[in-house]
Design a protein around this ligand. Sequence first.
Ligand code: GNR
Ligand code: NI
Length: 165
Amino acid sequence: MAILDILEFPDPLLRTVAKPVQSVDEKIQQLIDDMLETMYAAQGIGLAATQINVHRQVIVIDLSDDKQSPLVLINPSFRVLDDEAFDYQEGCLSVPGFFEEVSRPAHIEVKALGRDGEPFELIPDGLLAVCIQHEIDHLNGKLFVDHLSALKRDRIKQKIKKDRR
Ligand code: GNR
Ligand code: NI
């Protein structure tokens, strides 16, 4: 296994749109294992392959306290089930140190393939629904800061650039 580097905003590579996985083979399972190790090491609750500069539709999530309950989503899609919104203070390993409230659909139905390549469906709510939408955004080259005003987003960009100097 390996801990991989995580791209940080405003790296343009984070804007790459991920391609679907064609077959869930040993190479993809190795990628999943590396992503889980990277996510746990960074103390994140989710990670999209985009963040480690691999542009395939692979997501790992673990919301559990003991970090023993990984959820793997390959080629995920979702549909919104009703018009209720859920607001949550989001953070991102690719935007370290910044937390801002984002409003997203509260209830969604998710379809994906698991680590074994088998399709499954899930109707998450609360933080899991937030996290899945946050990670699918990454696969589409989107970040949570894109849900904020341009003013807030530019302030974050300037602070990050200043801190790196
Ligand atoms: O670790 C993470 N925490 C988090 C908190 C609120 C909403 C979304 C997240 S996901 C984030 C890890 C990450 O950047 N995944 O892409
Ligand atoms: Ni993120």
